[in-house]
Each structure stands twice: as structure tokens, then as C-alpha cells.
Design a protein around this ligand. Sequence first.
Ligand code: GLN
Length: 231
Amino acid sequence: MQQIRNALPERSIVTDSTHVASPDEGVGAPRVGVLALQGDFREHRQILHALGATTVLVRTPEDLESVAALILPGGESTTIARLIRSSGLWAPLVERLAAGMPAWGTCAGAILLAREVPGFDRDTLGVMAIRAERNAFGRQIDSFEETLVIEGIDGPPHSAVFIRAPVFEGLGSDVKVLARLSDGRVVAVCEGVLLATAFHPELTTDRRLHALFLEWVGESTGVPAAAETAE
Ligand code: GLN
């Protein structure tokens, strides 16, 4: 895993302050938020910056108001859920998601978007008609990589990184499967402009999923969200 982390593009200056724009900030470009309460939000932001997007680290309701879309990172879903509450983000976030803001949850972020999470001792945002089975791969195999063919992603398969990952079940009728493991289990879905992946593209050098998400943001706002597309 360390190797994967070291392979991340180092182009952007990463700080913890909010409202830090990409060096290529485009005037009028939609701001893409990354929920920055806990987890691997920095890695998401680095990739968004590498694609030329303007980003905001979202920690307060004011931050949320300033963005056109939101990525919910991987991390610890119980912790992130608690921090969403204590930061006052819960109600505004549910409202924005219900109003059609594009959002993408990776792993813990996907768990928070799910309507149902068996055994989870707290509420989720509950905006996607999926059941997220947490830690679906048991204790023995905490992390693994598997190549995945993902619908909407052209070119070679994505080398997907799974870390204490969930799988998605009980899919609602509007939920579209984007990727399955070789054993058939569902690990990437979308429902309208909501995307959930059980794995972590932000921990790889493959920017294609982020580029796809930025395309959605551009379509939903009518203004391109990225200065360039994935190569
Ligand atoms: N298993 C973690 C949880 O339930 C998610 C792990 C991750 O985001 N990599 O929150």
C-alpha cells in the first residue's frame, strides 16, 4: 500500500486550509468539494488538482455552500458520521444531496451514502438505494488489489485497491452496476449523479474515475469542471 501511496502525483501543494484553489483555477469553474473531516481526502484532492479542477476542502456548512459537487473519502465511516454531525454538516448535506448535487463516496464515503448498513450503530446519509455490507472481505484479507472493468471507463482495466471494503447489495431499481469482482459481487454503482465505489481510485495513479466524476459535474452545472481530461 505504501508503494501505491508513494506513486501519487506530487504536483499540488497540499495544506489543510479550506478554499485552496488549484494552481490552474479557472474563473467560474465549478468548485469540487472534498469532505475533509477524516480519511484520505488529500489524495482525492491531489488527483482533482492534477486534472485541473478547482477544489474546496469541506468542513463547515459554509464550505459546502460554495461547492457544486462533493467527494466523500475513504476512512472510518463511524468517525466521519460523527464528525458530519458535530460540524453541523448533516442537515445541509442531506439537503444538497436530495437536491441533486453530484457526489461520490469511496469506501467509507460510500457506506455513508447507503440507505442501509447492517450492524451500523448510527444513521447514514441514506441517499442511495443500496445496502452496504461493511468489511465484506473478512479479517484475513484486509487489503487486496483486483483489476476491474468499470462501465464508462475506457481503456485497460482499473487496478482497484480494496481496504476493509464493503460490497453493495439490495440495489434499488434506479441503481446501475458499474463494476463487479470476478466472483460477481458488486463494488461500483451509480444512481443518478451519485457514485459509490468500494475501492480507492485516489490511492492509485489512475485518474479516469475522477475524470468521469468531473464530467458529471460539468454536465450538471453546464460549466466544465476540469481544465483537461484524463489521458
Ligand atoms: N471499513 C471501513 C468503514 O467501515 C471503511 C474502510 C475504508 O474506507 N477504506 O468505515
